[in-house]
Design a protein around this ligand. Structure first.
Ligand code: ZN
Length: 234
């Protein structure tokens, strides 16, 4: 029994080799876009965390402002009380008294505002801590994912780099005319070689003549009369 590999079989092997390689290139493209997507997720997650932290900062500012207002009211009240001790005029005394009463009211209101501001700050801090833990976990996951994909890219790139060398060897024994036709077809379509199923080309569904089917059975190179792709039978 002969084990000679016919030019047609070599050609088919070359084509499957190219298709495997196209798949690798496609995988590389997919990995690239995955990484872009993951990087965007990283940025979004970091923004999310910053936004929650900003809420804490805003709440802290409100507390600080209210505390400052309290201090100012206290200082004013102290000044007024000192003035009260020294005032001789009855009318002036009454006016100062009134001012001090008003200051006390303001202090009281401010105390209430401060309690609210503190509550708000505590709530914001708790929300931030909770989210920080959650988002940091998410960030770690995303980074791990990115690193895994980068490692895959390095591996696949090595394979693609070897491709040209290996391909040269696969071309040996394939008629030059076929190689030329095939290289032209490859620049035009993703699937330059298609299967014949139920007597039709699987790319354009053009009927394949009996004569062409016989030629295919004979391991000869046949192009579809509809789309000019190379045909093969299984
Ligand atoms: Zn066709």
């Amino acid at each position: 029994m002969s084990t000679t590999v016919t030019p047609f079989q070599k050609f088919v092997a070359l084509i499957s080799f190219d298709q495997e390689n196209n798949q690798i290139r496609q995988q590389l493209q997919d990995l690239d876009s995955d990484i872009k997507h993951l990087n965007q997720m990283l940025i979004n997650t970091e923004h999310e965390l910053t936004a929650t932290h900003d809420l804490v900062k805003t709440a802290q500012k409100a507390v600080d402002a209210t505390e400052l207002a309290n201090q100012e009211l206290d200082a004013t009240e102290k000044t007024k009380k000192n003035q009260l001790d020294q005032v001789q005029d009855k009318k002036e005394y009454a006016a100062l008294k009134k001012e001090i009463t008003y200051l006390k009211e303001q202090q009281h209101n401010n105390e209430l505002i401060l309690v609210q501001a503190w509550t708000k700050l505590e709530t914001a801090k708790q929300a931030f801590e909770k989210q920080k833990e959650l988002l940091n976990h998410k960030l770690t996951e995303i980074k791990t994912d990115i690193n895994a994909k980068k490692a895959q890219i390095i591996e696949l790139t090595k394979q693609v780099n070897n491709y040209e060398l290996e391909r040269k060897a696969k071309e040996i024994g394939v008629p030059a005319e076929w190689l030329v036709k095939y290289s032209i077809m490859r620049t035009r379509v993703q699937n330059p070689v298609v299967q014949v199923v139920n007597g039709s080309c699987m790319a354009c569904f053009y009927d394949v003549t009996q004569q062409d089917v016989n030629a295919l059975k004979d391991n000869r190179l046949v192009e579809c009369r509809g789309c000019f792709r190379f045909l093969y039978l299984t």
